[in-house]
Each structure stands twice: as structure tokens, then as C-alpha cells.
Design a protein. Structure first.
Length: 263
């Protein structure tokens, strides 16, 4: 990765720019300095329980959002994937009401019966009844798509079960594993992000705190990759891993100095 070519940062959120509802250091000032330096910011989260507008509101509240920034979620990537590869196919969707709305706005035909495809998003409103029906569609051979692979979702306390945990549950009941997992580390979203920000691969770096999603995504998409040690990954985990980021920082707050940006 050549830092002199850097024009866009794809940013993970939790563990990278904030922890829960707390900024990591003076992240608002860091991001403002990067924008002044002409660097575009694209937030990209695997969390498919909220839509882009929900994230814009949270980032705005924390002083981390600017109208030039882009927000992209694994749910948005899934809508694009369905429209590109399975247009018109009926979908049984496990998702929250706001994300269901985004699928309908994206033109995805949602159904309860006879689904061609089951999509497992991060449904924090999930009921046993919806799990039961999803399992029936899977046992009958529906295509199976999950929005992302994360096992747990960080909180200020004990992490919550995330889509990866529900994948295990449905594997137990149906014997099925997803045919496609859309979010990080799958490179599928890379093209959409390049189109959204108008930058080439070598001008983009993915910044995140997880090796197996964020950093792998950066590598798979052909972007640079910057691991920050402000979230999940420790030095010990990095040393034990076969995933090699282009750059390792204690936090993203250390980047401006490396780019020669004075605060
Ligand atoms: Mg993270």
C-alpha cells in the first residue's frame, strides 16, 4: 500500500471509530483532518440490523459524519447482489422492520410462502415462528444467503449473538450452510464501494479492528488494509494470525501524522 496514493478510507465503525457510544480518542478531529486533506470516507459495516439512515444519525450524533461521507451496510450489499444475480426471485427475509423496508425499496419481492431464496440478516426482532418457517424453506432447497458471518456483535458488556451464531443454529436444524455470505470479508461489496466513492483500488484502504472480516475484506477487494488495535484484535492475536495487514496502528488517530497532516 502506497500512502501517497491514498484518496479514500473505508471505515469499520465499532472498535475503529467508536466503542459503543464513546469516541476512540479525538476521532472527530482526526476524521475532519483527513477530510481536509482530501480523503473520502466510506463507512462500511457488516451490521445488517439497521439501515444507512440509522447509522448517519448515530455518526452525526457522535460528530463523525459529514455530508460528503458514504454509509454502506451488508444489507445494502445484499440488495445489490440480489438485483444483479437473482432479479425477480422471491425472498423469505429474516430482518428488522427498517431493513425489511430497505429491501422493499430496493425492489426485492418478499414472500412468506414458496420462497426461492432465504436471506438471513441481523434480525434483532427474530421470533421462533420466523426461524421455524426459514428452516422449512431451507429444508425444501431454497437458495440460502447470509448478510455477514460475524459470530457476535460488540456491546459495552457481553457481546450479543450475531448472524454467524444463527447460521450455526440453522445448520443444526436444516443441515444447510449459506450458499453465499455477502458482507466483509467477501469482496462482493468492493465494486459497489469503488463506484460510490469514485476511486481506484490502489487509492483505497480498508480500516478495521477485525482481521477475519475487515482486513481480509481489504485484501480480497484489492484495497490496502489498515488494522487498528483499538477494538477486538490484540498484538498477540495479530502475531498468531496468517492475515497480514498493510499497516498496523494503535488507533486511526495515528494516521494523520503518517500522512504528514498537522492537526
Ligand atoms: Mg469492528
Amino acid at each position: 500500500m502506497d500512502l501517497k496514493k491514498l484518496r479514500c478510507l473505508v471505515l469499520d465503525m465499532d472498535g475503529t471509530v467508536y466503542l459503543g457510544n464513546r469516541l476512540i480518542g479525538e476521532m472527530d478531529k482526526t476524521l475532519a483532518a483527513l477530510r481536509r486533506h482530501g480523503i473520502r470516507l466510506c463507512y462500511f459495516t457488516n451490521n445488517s440490523s439497521k439501515n444507512a439512515k440509522d447509522y448517519e444519525e448515530k455518526l452525526t450524533r457522535l460528530g463523525l459524519y459529514d455530508s460528503r461521507d458514504t454509509v454502506y451496510t451488508s444489507a445494502m450489499a445484499t440488495v445489490s447482489y440480489l438485483n444483479a444475480h437473482h432479479r425477480g426471485k422471491s425472498v423469505y427475509l429474516l430482518a428488522t422492520p427498517t431493513v425489511r423496508e430497505a429491501f422493499l425499496e430496493g425492489g426485492i419481492p418478499l414472500t412468506e410462502e414458496g420462497a426461492d431464496i432465504v436471506v438471513l440478516a441481523y434480525d434483532t426482532t427474530l421470533t421462533f415462528e420466523r426461524l421455524r418457517v426459514a428452516n422449512e424453506h431451507l429444508c425444501r432447497g431454497a437458495l440460502y444467503i447470509a448478510t455477514h458471518p460475524d459470530m457476535v456483535c460488540p456491546t459495552e458488556g457481553i457481546p450479543m449473538p450475531d448472524v454467524g451464531s444463527f447460521i450455526k443454529l440453522l445448520e443444526g436444524s436444516s443441515g444447510r450452510v449459506p450458499d453465499v455470505v455477502i458482507g466483509k470479508p467477501n469482496a462482493l461489496a468492493g465494486e459497489a464501494i469503488m463506484a460510490a466513492v469514485g476511486c481506484a483500488q490502489e487509492e483505497i484502504a480498508m480500516v478495521g479492528d477485525r482481521l477475519y472480516t475487515d482486513i481480509r475484506f481489504g485484501i480480497n477487494a484489492g484495497f490496502g488494509s489498515i488494522l487498528v488495535l483499538s477494538g477486538e484484535t490484540t498484538r498477540e492475536m495479530l502475531d498468531a494470525s496468517d492475515v497480514t495487514p498493510s499497516l498496523v496502528l494503535d488507533s486511526l488517530n495515528d494516521l494523520p501524522a503518517l500522512l504528514g497532516i498537522t492537526p
